[in-house]
Design a protein around this ligand. Structure first.
Ligand SMILES: Cc1cc2nc3c(=O)[nH]c(=O)nc-3n(C[C@H](O)[C@H](O)[C@H](O)COP(=O)(O)O)c2cc1C
Length: 342
């Protein structure tokens, strides 16, 4: 079965995916599970106009073997151009190219076309056919159960048609207007699995909170999904893909390892964008970096991961308040060590 770390704009960057992959490799219980990782979605318009702005989304490391490059936009020409370009330059780093068919991230919501691909299913089908015929690489989509409950039947028909062209479809089992609420429509996906092209893998996503819960959702009434994808539950717990629960010491080591990767990637990224030919493969070798070489950005950006890691631990509120002032590596590591020392 496929276990997926959902794509999350601003979260599932190369460092977070690498941490998740490392933990999976270490604790994988040899059951028939296969971890897949998604890049944060990347705008095709940005990629074609100025790849230096958005190439960060595609950065990867040698250990991420099952990585999917996710793109979004509404315009067929730009989508096809971008997908073909990724295939030409970077195919050895990605197993799939994926079209995101609607996600309510803030930068997308600001655009007039925010739900265009879900609303205009006829044009979206044409886009998918065109992507399929222009790509040699496997192609997938990620979508929702529709715009609202009334759209459910049309969306079912659409997904079934689309399954002829895709090797994988992830369905986030909420409608667009349900946003990220706890309600979800899981029956929708079993119906899709029953009716879709058998060659197309069907992955379910939405409000699955633990590894144990997978058992409740991947099989129902004799219908077995091909996989399950996690988001909210995985951002504070990269161990969710395994049965292992870390102790405080391991949590601390993982946080510091994650921070070191984030810092290291930022330094490598600064070099990448200073060159005309953009490379997306980051090196695994971590050189020793002195505190004054480290820019503030990765330290400040790391706070969101750190806040998630310490969620629920006593005194985490006070710890977060303290962290809000810290902008340098050494102080941050000291505070993490102090907070998780006993
Ligand atoms: C801040 C944020 C960023 C997201 N970014 C993406 C994205 O880049 N691509 C995508 O397909 N979905 C994105 N999603 C949707 C998630 O991948 C996922 O489908 C959704 O959170 C439901 O899973 P969950 O109930 O396990 O959280 C994003 C969601 C949030 C809240």
């Amino acid at each position: 079965m496929i276990l997926g770390l959902a794509p999350m704009d601003w979260f599932t960057d190369c460092a977070m995916r690498q941490i998740t992959q490392n933990i999976f490799n270490k604790y994988w219980n040899k059951s028939n599970h296969d971890l897949r990782l998604w890049t944060e979605f990347m705008t095709t318009d940005g990629y074609l106009r100025n790849p230096w702005w958005v190439i960060k989304h595609l950065l990867t490391s040698p250990d991420q073997k099952n990585l999917i490059a996710q793109i979004f936009w509404w315009n067929q020409e730009n989508l096809v151009k971008t997908a073909v370009d990724i295939q030409t330059r970077y195919s050895k780093h990605f197993k799939w190219i994926e079209l995101n068919i609607w996600c309510p991230a803030n930068n997308v919501m600001k655009s007039w076309w925010w739900a265009q691909l879900l609303k205009d299913k006829k044009s979206t089908l044409k886009i998918i056919q065109s992507l399929k015929s222009n790509l040699d690489m496997p192609f997938s989509i990620k979508t929702r159960t529709g715009l609202n409950q009334e759209d459910r039947t049309n969306q079912t028909e659409f997904i079934i048609k689309v399954s002829e062209y895709c090797s994988m479809i992830t369905v986030h089992w909420r409608t667009l207007i349900w946003w990220y609420h706890e309600i979800s429509d899981r029956d929708f996906i079993y119906n899709i699995k029953r009716l879709a092209n058998k060659k197309c893998k069907i992955i379910g996503n939405g409000w699955i909170k633990s590894y144990e819960e997978i058992q409740n959702y991947w099989k129902q009434n004799g219908i077995t999904l091909d996989g399950i994808m996690f988001w909210q539950a995985a951002i504070w717990n990269p161990w969710i893909f395994t049965t292992h629960t870390p102790d405080k010491k391991e949590l601390k080591e993982t946080i510091i390892q994650h921070l070191n990767l984030a810092v290291n990637h930022e330094l490598q990224f600064q070099k990448i964008i200073s060159k005309p030919k953009l490379n997306i493969l980051l090196s695994d070798t971590q050189r020793k970096i002195s505190n004054n070489e480290i820019p503030n950005r990765p330290i400040v950006e790391f706070r969101k991961h750190l806040f998630n890691y310490v969620k629920g631990i006593p005194w985490s509120k006070e710890f977060k308040q303290k962290l809000a002032q810290i902008k340098d590596y050494e102080n941050l590591v000291n505070e993490i060590n102090k907070f998780l020392s006993n």
